[in-house]
Design a protein around this ligand. Structure first.
Ligand SMILES: Cc1cc2nc3c(=O)[nH]c(=O)nc-3n(C[C@H](O)[C@H](O)[C@H](O)COP(=O)(O)O)c2cc1C
Length: 365
């Protein structure tokens, strides 16, 4: 029999994972009015397996955290109650379920903000308009730079969101410190032009991120906390002149907090001889981190098996493939054909189409 490294067990803290195929956080924009909906019960439970790790779509920590239509939140009682049956359904299937907690910062517009106020950020530099997949452009409003004494309130929003996630039944939270959102707007030197203790040196730029980690760990315990980081990406005009150093400083600091896992995004893929090549630049960060390491970005079955086998990572998170293949672990086990994802319906609001109607293996055979 062919060995399938992705299907071997891994002990992540107190969680006994039965395989290494993680559902990556995937924004689906079907949580009307920022409240999770009943149709998410089916969506997440379709992707749940005994001992499999699932991470929710990015979930707002407060009413200033939003930048996209119909993304869920976890700051109100109504939202917490709405998450409960979704979490229950995943647990009934034996899944381990983490909530990704998120603040968009300046990746927003007046329309998404309370009273039409300016989005908050580390800076008042506006994101230049960004090209969209459909040929159009995404526009962002000029942000307002947080005053030093306003920052503890935002840290506290993350703490409360983590408490709410546990109240909703989640096994833990993943702090979203990736992709150009608020935490990265502090972390990276293209976006952080502050002169207070939250700007300048790497230590200062990572201060906000680590205050969030400390607050969340203090609230729910380090054994329930993961963090997603993307030092090498440059989304929404957020990049760093020394990504290796920022990544290493963060990982070493996360070790001090003893958190459960670190989830890293691979640098943009290069195409070599007609095939996507994952650059594998995360190795020094993986080697420095003491908890469970999760890699994401462009993996398929073959590449995932290879990196687990080599010890380059403990777990592999799959985004688009898991979105389109609710039974991805089963398909990987059987080396079965995969459904193709439909980019057009990634973010449309239909509660079924492109969401819960991707066929399972039995029905597509
Ligand atoms: C539709 C869609 C929504 C996404 N939403 C999120 C999100 O909410 N939070 C996040 O950290 N990453 C998000 N991502 C990034 C994915 O988690 C993942 O890192 C990315 O798709 C690369 O992995 P893949 O090549 O396996 O798809 C999203 C990606 C897609 C395609």
């Amino acid at each position: 029999m062919e060995a399938v490294p992705l299907l071997t067990p891994h002990k992540m803290g107190k969680f006994d994972l039965s395989h290494r195929i993680v559902l990556a956080p995937l924004t689906r924009q079907r949580s009307y009015g920022n409240v999770p909906q009943a149709h998410a019960i089916l969506y997440y439970s379709q992707r749940a397996t005994q001992g499999g790790l699932l991470i929710t779509e990015a979930t707002g920590v407060s009413d200033t955290a939003q930048g996209y239509t119909d993304t869920p939140g976890i700051w109100t009682k109504e939202q917490v109650e709405a998450w409960k049956p979704i979490v229950d359904a995943v647990h009934k299937k034996g899944g381990v379920f983490f909530c990704q907690i998120w603040h968009v910062g300046r990746v927003s517009t007046y329309d998404f903000q309370p009273n039409g106020q300016a989005p908050i950020s580390s800076t008042d530099k506006q994101i230049p308009r960004q090209p969209r997949h459909d040929g159009g452009f995404e526009e962002f409003s000029p942000p307002r730079r947080l005053k030093t004494d306003e920052i503890p309130k935002i840290v506290d929003d993350f703490r409360l969101a983590a408490r709410n996630a546990i109240e909703a039944g989640f096994d833990g939270v993943e702090i979203h410190g990736a992709h150009g959102y608020l935490i990265e707007q502090f972390m990276k030197d293209s976006a952080n032009d502050r002169t207070d203790e939250y700007g300048g040196s790497i230590e200062n730029r990572c201060r906000f991120a680590l205050e969030v980690v400390e607050a969340v760990v203090g609230e729910i315990g380090a054994d329930r906390v993961g963090m997603r980081l993307s030092p090498f990406t440059d989304y929404v005009d957020c990049w760093d002149s020394n990504p290796e150093a920022v990544g290493l400083y963060m990982v070493q600091s996360l070790n001090k907090h003893n958190i459960l896992y670190c989830h890293m995004i691979e640098p943009r893929m290069a195409i070599v001889q007609g095939r996507h090549q994952i650059p594998h630049r995360l190795l020094p960060l993986r080697e420095a981190f003491r908890g469970t390491f999760v890699a994401a970005g462009g993996y398929d079955r073959e590449e995932g098996n290879k990196v687990v086998d080599e010890g380059y990572t403990d777990l592999v998170a799959y985004g688009r493939l898991f979105l389109a293949n609710p039974d991805l672990p089963k398909r990987f086990e059987l080396s079965a054909r995969l459904n193709k994802y439909d980019r057009i319906t990634f973010y449309t609001s239909d509660p079924v189409v492109g969401y819960t109607d991707y066929p399972f293996l039995e029905s597509s055979a």
